[in-house]
Design a protein around this ligand. Structure first.
Ligand code: 9Z3
Length: 379
């Protein structure tokens, strides 16, 4: 039966491709410049591995989704890269070497303090007329700004002199995914001394190469409909194949606070990594929650059920078990237990400190301890 003209046609969901990570990398083109970027990361992580330094990959900013391959238009998201850029500074301060994988033109460590919109750098400067014979005026930083500027400048110079900060940029979600996979490899030689701090806001949807328009989409049709495919969840292969020894921290962003903990737990259970930091879009600058497993992943261990309520079956050290039925037989499956820790700026003791405390300082303090324990647990 054909539909009358005025009834809108709805695309069947089954017409979209479901990309596994494997099929994604088989079908989507690698970005130009990938090898050169990966070579820089390899040299950087080799250098720091040799001296036993801890290395963290900080991802930062939003990814774009181009609508045309000769890109005029693209989809984007809100992320400015504040979390990533700020965290990178505190990781450096805590003695890490930092690979800063960031969205092109998003905020960067150190220079973020003087972003063009919030605190324009030119506003700090004054011109002083020359008193010397050459008649050249000089530029100085206004006295009232120097006390704030000096520690930032010192930390920046230290990172430059020691070579502890490597910045690599991406723009599209495709570039981000290829880079993450490629960087995970050289980082795996760091073993447990490598950390992943995945703060970038990565698009959940994209237009695969075979669906993207080649040239600028013309506007004369009056409307534009897009059917996008789901970006594969690369956390699973990152944890299970690309870098199984690294300490892996992902972020979970929600706008409904009630979803933060259940969604963070679900991510831990699904991907098996070490920590999810949950944050609410509107409170993210002063409140986050750490969600982690109480014990290491134990997924998949099944034991036949003996006596009713027999929880000793898996040994005294094992976590609680749930009774499930598999092929008609009653089995026990260990249940993962989670802990939550809220970090709130309002709870941080000020200890006579003046000025603002940033939530990233508190996050990184907590992470350094956990990462140390992760390293020690293997020894
Ligand atoms: C975050 O949740 C970051 O904390 C923010 C930082 C993007 C909120 P800003 O750059 O914002 O400081 O303005 N990042 C991860 C967001 C994300 O896409 N997570 C995925 C999800 O929630 C899981 S990997 O599903």
């Amino acid at each position: 039966m054909s539909l009358p003209q005025h009834i809108p046609q709805v695309h069947a969901a089954s017409s979209s491709n479901q990309f596994s990570t494997e099929s994604y990398f088989q079908t989507q083109r690698p970005p130009t410049g990938l090898d050169e970027k990966v070579n820089r990361v390899t040299a950087f992580s080799d250098k720091w591995r040799q001296v036993g330094k801890k290395v963290v990959l900080v991802t930062s900013g939003g990814t774009t989704v181009p609508l045309e391959s000769n890109t005029v238009r693209f989809l984007d998201n809100f992320s400015a890269g504040t979390r990533g850029a700020t965290s990178a500074e505190y990781f450096l301060k805590a003695g890490y070497a930092v690979i800063f994988l960031h969205r092109l033109h998003s905020l960067r460590p150190f220079s973020r303090h003087y972003s063009h919109s919030l605190n324009p750098f030119l506003d700090l400067l004054t011109i002083t007329e020359s008193t010397s014979p050459d008649g050249q005026p000089s530029v100085t930083v206004d006295k009232k700004y120097t006390a704030t500027l000096i520690p930032i400048l010192q930390a920046y110079h230290t990172a430059r002199a020691q070579g502890t900060l490597l910045s690599i940029d991406f723009q599209t979600v495709n570039e981000y995914l290829w880079l993450l996979r490629a960087i995970a490899k050289p980082m795996s030689t760091l073993g447990r001394k490598g950390m992943f701090y995945l703060a970038a806001a990565v698009s959940d949807f994209f237009l695969p190469d075979d669906k993207v328009a080649e040239h600028k989409i013309q506007s004369n049709k009056g409307t534009l409909s897009l059917e996008m495919d789901q970006v594969p969840k690369v956390l699973r292969p990152l944890v299970q194949e690309w870098n199984p020894e690294g300490y892996i921290v992902s972020f979970k962003l929600e706008t409904d606070q009630a979803l933060l903990i259940p969604k963070s737990r679900a991510a831990l259970s699904r991907y098996g990594h070490q920590l999810v930091i949950g944050n609410d879009l509107h409170k993210r600058k002063y409140e986050v929650v750490f969600v982690e497993r109480k014990q290491q992943p134990i997924g998949g261990i099944l034991a036949p059920r003996k006596g009713k309520g027999d929880q000793r079956l898996l040994g005294a050290e094992t976590p609680p078990v749930a009774e499930i039925e598999l092929d008609g037989e009653k089995m026990f499956k260990p249940v993962e237990e989670y802990s939550e820790k809220w970090l709130r700026l309002a709870d941080v003791p000020r200890d006579g400190r003046e000025g603002e405390i940033e939530i990233e300082e508190v996050i990184i303090q907590e992470l350094v301890d956990r990462h140390e324990k992760w390293i020690a647990a293997a020894q």
